[in-house]
Design a protein around this ligand. Structure first.
Ligand code: ASP
Length: 345
């Protein structure tokens, strides 16, 4: 069956060149296809003759270090505009913040029933050893699943090297390796080996019949605090008192542990009186927090602190920003505690 795939190019190493010795910068889609005769003459995409492609560029193309919530909103609107007319979506994006964008989009999209596949490259498409072609080809299989008799992955996912990862479970784990991403606390949604295997039992399906829609607001009144040996939260308390922030991701040691300090109680009560959310997570790439397992995490247990369980840093931060952006104070804690898109176990 023929499928329709929408490809949005946003920049990133995938399409970068070092022009003028100023370091790598993104090229236009026209330059990319000019360089790649296989794409220009449609032979690359002819290989996928079972698919109708639509290409668009999100202007201006960027190094993904410049991604913002406004750009997430722009990407989401492009998907929404093309939602009914396409079967799957590919977002070509820089790798540095790919996991943030994937998490953010997973929260933005309500009642998603089609694949939204993010991919990029560690080596530009202009390089003879680029991984961009393989990554794009693999993403086309996942987004154009109908043409290949594959199961639909109705989620925001990252397709990189031979892995398909749930977007809000993924982290960039290498600046160099072609296997640039991993999903430390959740199995791959699919593996692209000689055969393509989709792990259907892991997929999240929208639980309602409601139409696809967006919730696109993100608050920037949040901080991401990584505790370290000797850390005392006194500066954080001042910040909370000043009411300049509405949420904190607190990256604890191990399973939720903190250096001993009376100030934690003060922090929690200041947060309570100013309606500032605290989402506790672990600094460890692997595993989850368990408040109360050690005496040194007791201070957080049975308080207003939200247990982030095994959430990634990227998903924790984007979820906090999104919840504050879209919901009123009385509902925020409960929504933040829920597993919304498979981001926590
Ligand atoms: N700095 C680049 C970016 O994120 C890195 C990459 O794409 O691999 O846009």
């Amino acid at each position: 069956m023929k499928s329709k795939v929408y490809i949005l190019y946003t920049g990133g190493t995938f399409g970068m060149k070092n022009t003028g010795g100023n370091g790598l910068q993104p090229s236009t889609w026209e330059e990319i296809i000019d360089y790649l005769p296989a794409i220009k003459n449609q032979t690359f995409f002819h290989y996928f003759s079972e698919i109708n492609f639509t290409f668009e560029t999100l202007e201006p193309v960027i190094d993904s270090s410049d991604i913002t919530p406004q750009i997430w909103e722009g990407i989401a609107h492009k998907v929404q505009e093309n939602y009914k007319s396409h079967d799957g979506f590919i977002i070509l994006h820089g790798t540095d913040t790919l996991a943030y964008t994937a998490s953010a989009l997973s929260f933005i999209f309500q009642n998603l029933t089609k694949p939204v596949v993010l991919t990029g490259a560690q080596l530009p498409i202009f390089h003879p050893r680029t991984d961009g072609i393989v990554n794009l080809s693999n993403a086309i299989y996942i987004a154009g699943y109908k043409s290949f008799d594959l199961a639909c992955i109705p989620e925001v996912c990252i397709c990189f090297n031979d892995d398909v990862l749930r977007g809000n479970r993924a982290v960039k784990t290498s600046t160099n390796d072609f296997e640039g991403f991993s999903s430390p606390n959740f199995e791959n949604l699919a593996n692209l080996e000689q055969q393509i295997l989709v792990n259907k039992h892991l997929l999240c399906h929208s639980s309602t019949q409601e139409e696809f829609s967006l919730k696109t607001k993100f608050s920037d009144s949040v901080v991401n605090v990584t505790v370290f040996p000797g850390y005392n939260p006194r500066h954080l308390i001042e910040l909370v008192k000043s009411k300049k922030i509405e949420g904190i991701v607190l990256k604890t040691f191990g399973a939720g542990n903190l250096p001993t300090s009376k100030s934690w109680h003060e922090l929690i009560s200041e947060c309570e009186s100013t309606n500032t959310l605290i989402l506790a997570t672990t600094q460890c790439p692997n595993g989850k927090i368990e408040l109360g397992q050690y005496e040194s995490s007791m201070v957080l247990k049975n308080t207003i602190v939200i247990d982030g369980k095994d959430i990634t840093s990227e998903a924790a931060l984007t979820k906090l920003m999104w919840v504050i952006g879209n919901f009123n104070i009385p509902e925020r804690r409960s929504i933040l505690s829920q597993n919304l898109r498979g981001e926590i176990t």
